[in-house]
Write a protein that binds this ligand. Structure first.
Ligand SMILES: C[S@@+](CC[C@H](N)C(=O)[O-])C[C@H]1O[C@@H](n2cnc3c(N)ncnc32)[C@H](O)[C@@H]1O
Ligand code: SF4
Length: 429
């Protein structure tokens, strides 16, 4: 049995109990149950150019379309005023796409949210070519206190391979400007394990990234979706990716280098320096997603908004939640999703589990924990089950295998001309 097959069987056995299904059905105006939701996400689906490797939902930027999107976003917020009023929202994450392209439309949306509720943190993604005095002024008006800059590499050869339309000098200019704004977290995204990339080249990029003084470095291996509609649109089918052994060596090198420099690993991909606030794009517990393709997770339901901008505009105009697929989440799956994201953050606090679910983690999952401890994938401290280096690498493989398979399946179905009635995630091939 190949290693991925072992993981699949092990993971599914852990994941699915009797009666649990992981099936998305077409969304038909069902009410959401936002009790306990205290995070927001806005997806801004526009970029100035489409990078060939990028699977995220986006269209080419067009000023008129952007204006329509801004109006629809305000309409979508109005659909949720009932429960947003007076709420404490821990974080608003604005992702994309390239959200800073639409700052002038995001300002009224964030103003409206601030009239309705308290926003404790506002995080946004951007890209080096977008950073100028106007944009940094707008970020200050929006009250963004966390930012992520998609640098991808400091080596012109790989910027070129990734189809990025800027030079290394542009990157330095953007970093200098952002560093003047005193964000609570300034994160830099990099991509590694690219075809032909050597350890020396990876190390050079890593050292430059460390020298920038950014609070956090996030390093993703280049993901490809070769077997999907998305994969075909990625234009990467002709490239030969590094093998698993090289990828593991690179990953261990990143972990060793950054921990030796005093960074703390705060997720499978991210490393944080000092006491800065953590920047995270995916690990919030319950969240409401706004904008095309945005996901919403209430703990009881998982909803994806439509991946069609025209449909998004039309549905919000009619006063409808612009949902496309919804899945009911059983209490067992709710726990497993929570555990999955804590493992993604490299460890589980037993106390946090007790606070969230009212039971003891070891009573609920002791059998699995003891197995993982015996295999050397984790170690136990008083309150924590912490993954070891070997365990983090396993999670990285699982993340790669399952997340890509799930994301691929949902995103492929959502972008089909005739989307299916149901998308089943439990029937893995
Ligand atoms: C949605 S992008 C937002 C940032 C901004 N649009 C940019 O590209 O600079 C978020 C991050 O996802 C990562 N990313 C996108 N596609 C990827 C892929 N195929 N493999 C690995 N990382 C990827 C990149 O590091 C990127 O910075
Ligand atoms: S990587 Fe960023 S800039 Fe490139 S297409 Fe994706 S979202 Fe847009």
């Amino acid at each position: 049995m190949s290693i991925p097959e072992v993981y699949k069987k092990w993971f599914l056995k852990l994941l699915l109990g009797p009666g649990d299904t992981m099936t998305f059905r077409k969304y038909r105006d069902e009410p959401l149950d936002p009790e306990g939701v205290d995070n927001l996400y806005i997806h801004v689906p526009y970029c100035r150019n489409k990078c060939p490797y990028c699977p995220y939902f986006k269209e080419l930027y067009n000023e008129q379309q952007a204006g329509f999107f801004g109006d629809s976003l305000l309409r979508e917020i109005e659909l949720h005023t009932g429960w947003l009023k007076g709420k404490e929202i821990q974080s608003l994450y604005v992702g994309g796409g390239t959200p800073t392209l639409l700052n002038s439309h995001l300002i009224p949306a964030i103003d409206r949210l601030r009239q309705l509720c308290t926003l404790h943190n506002v995080a946004i993604e951007t890209t080096p070519t977008e950073i100028n005095n106007r944009v940094t002024g707008e970020l200050a008006v929006m009250g963004c206190n966390l930012i992520s800059l998609g640098v991808q590499d400091f080596n012109p050869k790989y910027l070129d391979f990734l189809g990025r339309k800027y030079t290394v000098s542009d990157v330095y200019r953007a970093i200098d400007k952002l560093e003047q704004l005193n964000f609570h977290n300034f994160n830099i995204d990099l991509i590694f394990a690219m075809p032909g990339q050597t350890m020396k080249e990876l190390d050079q990029t890593l050292q430059i990234a460390i020298d920038t003084g950014a609070h956090q470095l996030t390093l993703y291996p280049l993901f490809t979706f070769p077997y999907s509609v998305i994969g075909k649109s990625q234009e990467l089918s002709h490239v030969v990716m590094p093998d698993g052994k090289t990828r593991k060596q690179m990953y261990y090198h990143i972990m060793d280098t950054l921990t030796a420099k005093g960074y703390k690993q705060v997720s499978v991909w991210s490393f944080l320096k000092g006491n800065a606030l953590k920047y995270s794009s995916v690990t919030r517990d319950k969240y409401l997603g706004l904008g095309p393709s945005a996901g919403t997770y209430t703990g009881k339901q998982f909803l994806f908004n439509t991946f069609n901008i025209k449909e998004y505009l039309a549905m919000t105009m009619r006063g409808q939640i612009p949902g496309s697929y919804i899945m009911d989440v059983s209490p067992r799956l709710e726990r497993l999703f929570w555990i999955y994201w804590r493992l993604y953050e490299t460890g589980i606090s037993l106390n946090a589990y007790r606070m969230r679910f009212g039971s003891d983690f070891m009573d609920d999952y002791g059998k699995w924990v003891r197995l993982i401890l015996r295999l050397g994938y984790a170690c136990r401290t008083d309150d924590h089950i912490m993954l070891t280096k070997k365990g983090i690498h396993r999670i990285h493989l699982m993340q790669n295998h399952f997340a890509l398979e799930y994301i691929n399946r949902i995103w492929t179905a959502c972008t089909m001309e005739t989307p299916p009635e149901e998308i089943s995630l439990s029937a893995l091939h």
